[in-house]
Design a protein around this ligand. Structure first.
Ligand SMILES: [Zn+2]
Ligand SMILES: [Zn+2]
Length: 280
């Protein structure tokens, strides 16, 4: 998800200006061909747009990307160690699936919100969230050209304060349940940071054998599963960490119900311009 949080990004070449129906056609073509094509064919799915962060934003992305593992390791070590001392190791084991599921859900929720509400011009969230997600629908393989820092940096900017607080709380108290909560939070944050890496791999033309194995075992986002999100009606499979929750959320109509609730509160979807079909 990190690459989809491109804040203060300058688009150097072009601005997408095709009408919604043309964008939708382009989207379907790009999504299908980019996942099925090979390197010898035209680079369908790539925009050719070069994205650059501002110097201040790039500094934040790089510094927090370095700080993230520096904070992640002691949080895991000390919370795990405390649970071990209290003979609560089963809680530590429970934290792993909990983190994977909750990370998948949070990523899906943010993705759905960016696909559905606000616009690219909305202050703060527009350039940071909405625009990258919607650009991704038009040019799904652009994410493959992004560096590691550019795809994890924005999430690290949010993750570092959370992990700093967790480490402080661990130092403050020895309570077992707090150690469990901190371990869950730390692993969930790490899952969220990794989400856009998994998302990038799902769009790669030739992922490594190890990545393909992880995808086949469904430990991370599997390309054909994610392709559903890039196919009409573009209203499913928002979860892009491992996609475990997508079948359940589809079945219960979770996001449609959430939209109905928000519509009842006067908040209307604004996704007409993003290349997705309007929901009316
Ligand atoms: Zn989307
Ligand atoms: Zn995608």
């Amino acid at each position: 998800m990190a690459a989809l949080f491109q804040d203060s990004v300058a688009l150097e070449n072009e601005r997408i200006s095709s009408p919604p129906h043309a964008q939708t056609d382009h989207l379907v073509e790009a999504a299908l061909l980019t996942l099925d094509g090979d390197g010898a064919k035209p680079r369908v799915g790539y925009s050719g747009i070069v994205e650059r962060s501002t110097p201040a934003h790039a500094f934040l992305e790089h510094s927090t990307s370095i700080l993230f593992p520096v904070l992640f390791v002691p949080n895991v070590y000390f919370s795990f160690d405390r649970l071990y001392d209290l003979e609560l190791l089963w809680l530590a084991m429970l934290s792993i699936p909990l983190a994977l599921v909750s990370g998948d859900f949070i990523g899906g929720l943010v993705h759905w919100a960016a696909d559905t509400y606000c616009s690219e011009d909305t202050p703060v969230v527009g350039p940071a969230l909405v625009k990258p997600f919607r650009q991704h629908h038009l040019y799904p393989r652009d994410i493959c050209t992004h560096t590691l820092v550019s795809i994890v940096g924005n999430v690290c900017i949010l993750a570092v304060p959370v992990l700093s607080l967790c480490l402080y709380l661990l130092w403050l108290t020895t309570h077992g349940l707090l150690a469990f909560a901190i371990l869950c939070t730390t692993l969930m944050v790490a899952t969220t940071v990794a989400t856009n890496v998994f998302h990038k791999w799902a769009h790669q033309e030739k992922p490594s054998a190890a990545v393909r194995w992880l995808q086949r075992t469904r430990l991370i986002l599997e390309p054909q599963h994610h392709l559903v999100h890039h196919t009409e009606p573009f209203q499913m499979h928002y979860c892009i960490t491992n996609g475990w929750l997508n079948p359940l959320l589809n079945k219960i109509g979770f996001f449609r119900k959430l939209e109905t609730l928000l519509r009842f509160l006067g908040i209307e979807p604004t996704n007409v311009e993003n290349g997705h079909r309007p929901r009316m």
